[in-house]
Design a protein around this ligand. Structure first.
Ligand SMILES: [Zn+2]
Length: 330
């Protein structure tokens, strides 16, 4: 097995990513495409096949299994996504595992992208050796995964660990999930962009104000807010600090549920580093419940934006080696 490879595929709201990985976690090839999710599930699947084909053709060692990370509530038994938000229309209830395993003649496993990221960080990243561990991914949305007693927590219906929809303000704005004040509404890339745009329109000074007035239709990205904050923009720093406080409030709740030793924060927004994490640490130390001998560490995840696709490749290995999960067999 040592000279074989697994293929990991990550279906993101904006990007499709793929890697070929060794059993030791070494990435030997990687590639990506735009998702263009609004073109429908068939078009997305065709682009995913094309990406996989190209990677498989480049492999110099045999590829033994495929893992797929996707947003939404994933039904591992049936190999489908049972529910996904509007970014991927037609993706729900598509027999993804069956379609991919037929196309490539290999065993396939599917997992929620946040849980795949947690798997990557737990096996190969900052969470190695942590028995109880949480990964939170701040990107276009907010996802995450929980490792309890060294196992990924999936829950009864595949909906376990959807940490972006923990409410941090019951009086906050409504979320697409039906709840109010979800973490995703404060700490995702679009949330950061929205809140700085509103503040600038209210007359607060920022280096990003010219971007808004020059090209109002295009809008800002979360990444631009992070970059501005790192270059010293006070308004961008305040927006990120507020997101960090909300993140901290969500972590206080997670602490009561899991009692983890470490929380890793990944995704594109995590590149804000301590500008984001220090406010979260401060909230956690202020509100952490009594009786816990240590407060869990909040750290930056090792793999950043690549955690989900690396986790997917780990699942490719599981698919090949056989696990207790139902697999799509060729
Ligand atoms: Zn929500």
């Amino acid at each position: 097995l040592s000279n074989q490879l697994a293929l990991g595929l990550d279906v993101g709201g904006t990007k499709l990513a793929g890697v070929l990985m060794t059993a030791e976690g070494e990435i030997v090839a990687k590639d990506a495409r735009h998702t263009h999710g609004l073109e429908g599930s068939r078009a997305v699947l065709n682009r995913l096949f094309e990406l996989a084909d190209k990677l498989l053709a480049s492999a110099i060692e045999p590829v033994c299994g495929i893992g797929v990370a996707t947003p939404g509530i994933v039904d591992l038994q049936q190999g489908i996504v049972r529910f996904v938000s509007t970014e991927l229309p037609g993706w729900s209830n598509l027999p993804i595992v069956e379609l991919i395993s037929k196309e490539f003649g290999m065993s396939v496993l599917i997992e929620n992208d946040g849980r795949a990221a947690a798997l990557a960080e737990h096996r190969l990243g900052v969470g190695r050796g942590c028995r109880n561990f949480i990964t939170i991914v701040l990107g276009t949305g907010v996802g995450g995964g929980i490792v309890a007693n060294n196992e990924i927590l999936r829950g009864e219906h595949g909906g376990g660990g959807r940490l972006g929809h923990i409410s941090v303000d019951p009086d906050g704005p409504p979320c697409t999930c039906g709840n109010r004040g979800c973490l995703e509404l404060y700490a995702s890339g679009p949330a950061l962009a929205n809140s700085i745009t509103t503040a600038i329109q209210d007359g607060k000074p920022s280096t990003l104000s010219k971007e808004i007035y020059i090209n109002p239709a295009q809008g800002l990205s979360g990444r631009q807010v992070v970059e501005a904050a790192k270059s010293g923009d006070a308004l961008a720093q305040a927006v990120i600090s507020d997101a960090g406080c909300k993140l901290g409030l969500a972590i206080v709740q997670m602490m009561r549920i899991l009692d983890p030793i470490m929380i890793a924060v990944g995704g594109s927004i995590s590149s804000a580093g301590d500008l984001l994490l220090d406010p979260a640490r401060e909230i956690l130390s202020r509100y952490s419940p009594p009786g816990y001998p240590i407060i869990p560490e909040i750290v930056r995840a090792k793999f950043g934006r690549d955690a989900s696709v690396i986790g997917a490749a780990l699942l490719g290995w599981e698919a090949a080696n056989g696990t207790n999960l139902k697999r799509g067999n060729p």
